[in-house]
Write a new protein. Structure first.
Lengths: 207, 215
């Protein structure tokens, strides 16, 4: 046994909900004595669920970027904005620093989530023990920053509610924002269903 | 709370609380008491295992009550005022949600209502309930189930993202209109600060801090 024993080597299970250390009795539907939640060694069907949610999120991310998210009507002029054109507008006319923040939240973070979760899933499938500490860290980063992508959805909602002057000036939400909101929710669900313990489940060759 | 029969046996054999399992890599650690400001990290994956909790049950209760007061302010007062040709429009959070619903973006309206109103509200009320009992050393009715509910609600509260959204909206609308932040935005800023303080608190510690009394 290595210097850092893992739960299954000691016949223990950590409750995924409350963190309670429980003895692994080998019973399939055992419940945590403290919070009553079902005990699992690993999250059930973690990989399949994460793949499904990630692919669904990616499919919705395409219309979210291609379709406009917001329509600005000003004295009869109609101007449709996509996520990217909104960022560019903010960069050119408003403040470049906020444009960077919006670009990060709406484009960098979701893309990073797809890449990171995809890499994690593939590496878990292959059972490699390459860069495990770094992969674990990446997962925690993705988990931590994921929900900031909602930024653009809130911005469109705020502007819609504020700019309501009929013919003179009006902002309307367009379908892109709905797809984008759903993308964020699905990527969050994907990272929640992924079990980071799987990263460490391959055989140790160095220990 | 009733437990399935298989767990009764479990309870008797439950391992000692001196152990701690890293939730990111399943490594078992021996727990040791932390000094002020100390953070225990997993030796295998560097994830945070436990932080020193400088705020006790009473402090947490005070924080939750503060958050409740600020949350009410943030919801009652308008967030932004926008002027155009002498007309003024002020909007509150619920004004935003209702407008999105009317503008055929019901999905967005539901997301906003959930992440900015209902989930934060549930979280606060649950915390308040658990801590009000916890202060006198008792577990509130439904303690276990509510702790599980909190675990699931936690990732879905997004008030701090909304604060940044307000900032971006003000800058965007400022290109064409006369915009002013309203009282509500200050309440939201205060809320964001309180949420940041709260994020350092591990709610799971309530399991240890509020022990189960003998029936």
């Amino acid at each position: 046994m290595s210097a850092l024993p893992r739960a299954h080597e000691l016949g223990l299970i950590g409750c995924h909900i409350c963190g309670q250390v429980c003895r692994d009795t080998g019973i399939d539907d055992a419940a945590c004595p403290r919070c009553g939640a079902e005990l699992h060694r690993r999250k059930p069907n973690s990989c399949a669920r994460t793949w499904a949610l990630l692919i669904a999120a990616f499919l919705l991310y395409i219309p979210a970027n291609v379709l406009p998210i917001m329509r600005t009507v000003s004295l009869g002029d109609v101007d449709d904005n996509t996520i990217l054109s909104g960022v560019i507008e903010l960069w050119v006319k408003g403040s470049p620093d906020l444009a960077v923040i919006v670009f990060t939240a709406s484009i960098v973070v979701p893309m990073m989530k797809f890449l990171v979760m995809g890499t994690l899933l593939l590496s878990v499938h292959r059972g490699t023990n390459w860069a495990r500490a770094q992969r674990s860290k990446l997962f925690r980063l993705v988990e931590f920053i994921g929900y900031w992508s909602m930024l653009d959805v809130f911005v469109v909602s705020l502007l819609t509610a504020l700019v309501q002057f009929g013919f003179f000036s009006q902002v309307e939400p367009l379908p892109g924002v709905v797809y984008f909101g759903l993308t964020v929710v699905l990527t969050m669900l994907a990272s929640m269903s992924f079990d980071p313990r799987l990263i460490w489940d391959c055989k140790d060759e160095d220990e | 709370m009733s437990l399935p029969p298989s767990s009764i046996e479990h309870t008797q054999k439950a391992a000692t609380p001196e152990l701690l399992i890293c939730e990111y890599c399943d490594t078992v650690h021996r727990r040791r008491s932390l000094a002020y400001g100390e953070v225990a990290r997993c030796l295998r994956c560097q994830a945070v295992l436990e932080r020193h909790q400088r705020i006790g049950v009473n402090g947490m209760f005070a924080l939750v009550v503060t958050v409740m007061v600020v949350f009410v302010q943030a919801n009652v007062w308008p967030i932004i005022t926008l002027g155009f040709n002498g007309e003024q429009i002020r909007t509150t959070l619920w004004g935003i949600i209702i407008m999105m619903w009317k503008e055929h973006s019901q999905v967005v309206a539901v997301l906003a209502a959930g992440t900015l109103f209902f989930f934060p509200l549930c979280k606060m009320l649950t915390m308040g309930w658990l801590l009000a009992y916890g202060r006198v050393g008792r577990r509130a009715p439904g303690f276990g189930r509510l702790m599980v509910v909190m675990h699931y609600i936690n990732p879905w509260t997004m008030s701090e993202v909304f604060v940044l959204g307000v900032l971006v909206s003000i800058v965007k609308a400022h290109l064409y209109f006369d915009v002013k932040p309203d009282i509500g935005v200050f309440a939201y800023a205060a809320l964001a600060v309180l949420i940041t303080i709260f994020s350092g608190i591990d709610v799971r510690q309530l399991w240890d801090k509020i022990p189960e009394q003998a029936p």
